[in-house]
Design a protein around this ligand. Sequence first.
Ligand code: ADP
Ligand code: MG
Length: 282
Amino acid sequence: MIKIGLLHTTIRGDEKLIIEAARKKSIKIKLIDVREEIFNRKTYQCNFDVALQRCVSTVKGNNATHFFESIGIKVINNSSVAAICEDKFVTSLALQKANIPTPDFAMVFNSTQAVKAIKKMGGFPVVIKPPLGSWGRLLAKINDIDALEAILEHKDVLGSPQQKSFYIQQYIKKAGRDIRAFVIDGQTICAIYRDSLHWITNTARGGVTSNCPVTREIADISKKASDAVGDGILSTDIFETNDGLQINEINHTTEFKNSEKPTKTSISGAILDYCVKVVKNL
Ligand SMILES: Nc1ncnc2c1ncn2[C@@H]1O[C@H](COP(=O)(O)OP(=O)(O)O)[C@@H](O)[C@H]1O
Ligand SMILES: [Mg+2]
């Protein structure tokens, strides 16, 4: 019988749904709170077939992923997918390289270059975000040079070394919503709209979810995005523009607990089915 090792830190509603779906499907799950583990290759006893990485902590999740890969256990998502998706700059590079529509972007290390970069991408407004962030935190919409100077000076003087790299993205005017598509093994299984009066539409910031029919365009761009980062269990953030869809970012430890009801889709079940498929193909 297949046994999945569920790597986790805090068990969120999402992991509870996975555990419940496994019970219904009679799939064995071994819960592995990585905070309680000793990752020593010489002493570790591994008794599961595949690891599903669901840690809230990116750093702990990455360490655990590298450990299990080093002892020959497949981790979903694997470390190379994680390395691209966890960093918005690296994701943007991968998307643009693969000719997938994505907002224009640049990385700069000082405010003089920031001003030049913004001119080249068509002027204000732009969005500055931490490449390693999530939940819509620390995003800044910059409407003019005064705001730009203030934000960059704050980051430069008060920020950690990481915050001294400035990832700048063209601001895309949205009609009060964006799209989140759930993409497993390249296939979009369902999607939601995230509506918000605020330009930041994350559900963690009050965005309201509803079902978004999966159009051919959504499925096509999501498949390309999935291919560009190496496949697995992903979700794409998509903007609707007058020139068609654009991928904003790709998530590799995606939260989905608010999306099963509106889409009437068992995302947790599909995640498990994919893990089983991976084990069967080993
Ligand atoms: N360039 C942009 N133009 C317009 N809205 C944006 C832009 N970047 C981010 N947003 C809004 O902010 C939200 C969060 O940004 P995102 O890049 O997805 O970071 P996070 O990892 O925090 O979700 C997006 O879902 C979108 O609503
Ligand atoms: Mg996002």
